[in-house]
Design a protein around this ligand. Sequence first.
Ligand code: ATP
Ligand code: MG
Length: 440
Amino acid sequence: MRVSRSFLPVLKESPSDAQVVSHKLMLRAGLIRQTAAGIYAWLPIGFRVLKKIEQIVREEQDRAGAQEMLMPTIQSADLWRESGRYDAYGPEMLRIRDRHDREMLYGPTNEEMLTAIVRDDMKSYRDLPRTLYHIQWKFRDEVRPRFGVMRGREFLMKDAYSFDLDEAGARNSYYTQLLAYLRTFQRMGIQAVPMKAASGPIGGDLSHEFIVLAPTGESEVFYDAAFEEVDWQQSALNYGDEIGLAQLFEQVSSTYSATDETHDEQRWATIPEDRRRTGRGIEVGHIFYFGALYSKSMGLKVSGPDGQMIEPMMGSYGVGVSRLVAAIIEASHDDAGIIWPESVAPWKVGLVTMRADDAPTTDAAEQLYGQLQAAGVETLYDDREERGGVKLGSMDLIGLPWQLVIGPRGIANGMVELKRRSTGEREELSVESALARLTS
Ligand code: ATP
Ligand code: MG
């Protein structure tokens, strides 16, 4: 993409209305703009990151055997009366009336809707187990929307729902999502730690939150460094391996992690000091097992092998897709701006010309841009007639993993500069080797 044809509004000044660094950087680098309290438009850069995160979530859900669908944002109040949550949910629910005075709502979650959808079609034990998910906007009328998209009112969530015949099956579905979450967050280049959680308004008895460590997190967290040591992508654990998944759950449960509310000083003291990790945390995912709660209240039943009727055991599994954009920035930035992990970066390379009025420089840049594009390397090409220093400053702010800088002095000798954003390391190398490096 050429910067000269892009809508990439970069602010020089730090916006005064933003309190946390991710919100400041998202405004300054032109990722989002607020359109109403807690409601944001995603500008081109922000939207690219959002899509990357969404795609990682999707691929890991698919790999774990969940099936994607799409449910609407607007729901009918009657659906929520069936489960009894219409009155229970309170003022966080945005309630709407249509022209016929029918009560509707903007969905804060989809347990009721999906239970109602499947109850007409899941008839027999052969129709289970199933896990379905969608990635859709939610609305929760938060009392205090704050920190930008971190706690918005409208936000993008992946929510998955599992249906099983019995508790053992449901636990296996839960463990499957647990592994999918560990893989998902690690692919995004962040450390997310599972914490045993109270199951709250959804009810039920098994629940974990996934917490990303960042200085501005909302809650205090404590965990054992063992969580940082496993490569979940490489792990040979197979989704069909029920025993392996149960062992994974035991392993996760026996490794220490806690919030300030659940922290146990005695157990903490038994962990070697160099393995203790503390900090503040941001919740980026939350998984629940709640048994037959909704099957019972909403009349979902299937016939078992011997004809008796069974109420499926369910779980639900949320990922805060839009919150993750902010959480990743909280976990990965410096004074100059954002440092995107490569897997979620809006582009891999920022190509910068130091002098737009120097023909050999712009010719080389045009040629490199074409070659990078042909090789499928996502490139943002700053071809503006701006001072080099200004362009480098916005590249640092936007935070692409690599900067490829072309200037008159270097290019006269066929040399360009390659900078790695995360370390600041720079290297002068020939045009050919730079290209080889970025396309390998
Ligand atoms: P929180 O405790 O942060 O209010 P929650 O427990 O109410 O979140 P869940 O119902 O577990 O949220 O929703 C699943 C995920 O959706 C959360 O883990 C979080 O990442 C994300 N999420 C929830 N509320 C918001 C919000 N207001 N803005 C952005 N993301 C949100
Ligand atoms: Mg939660």
